[in-house]
Design a protein around this ligand. Sequence first.
Ligand code: HEC
Length: 112
Amino acid sequence: MSMHRTAFLLAALALTPIPALAAPTSEPMHFTSQQVELPGSDRVFPDGPGAEVVNNNCLACHSAGMVLTQPRLSKAQWTETVNKMVHVYKAPVDQADVQAIVDYLAALKPQP
Ligand code: HEC
């Protein structure tokens, strides 16, 4: 009788999930991309008209910081830069989005 009871207890223990250990295996891991806005973060571009198109087109190869640390540029200069990304570095930017990107970047740091 006591042998059976011990066996039952051991089985019950073995089947009792320890929450901290069971959690990672009982649920599949999900990786979701999230945009977390931290003060001073240069992971994404600051909000504004066109920010989404810039975030979608300009973060594949380098950080937003690469762009945000540039000096003030005119729209013509930003157009050149965007064209360079497209033609030299093969950035897959839809031509229809170029104007919105240039407008956004020029508005971000307007020329004095
Ligand atoms: C396909 C990859 C790729 C994409 C997408 C991309 N870039 Fe770049 N970008 C580069 C590379 C490569 C450099 C050069 C890095 C270096 O010099 O270390 C660069 C550098 C830059 C620089 C630094 C100045 C310069 O002329 O080198 C700016 C500004 C810039 N990118 C803006 C943008 C903007 C705006 C977009 C979105 C339209 C964009 N990039 C998308 C690859 C890319």
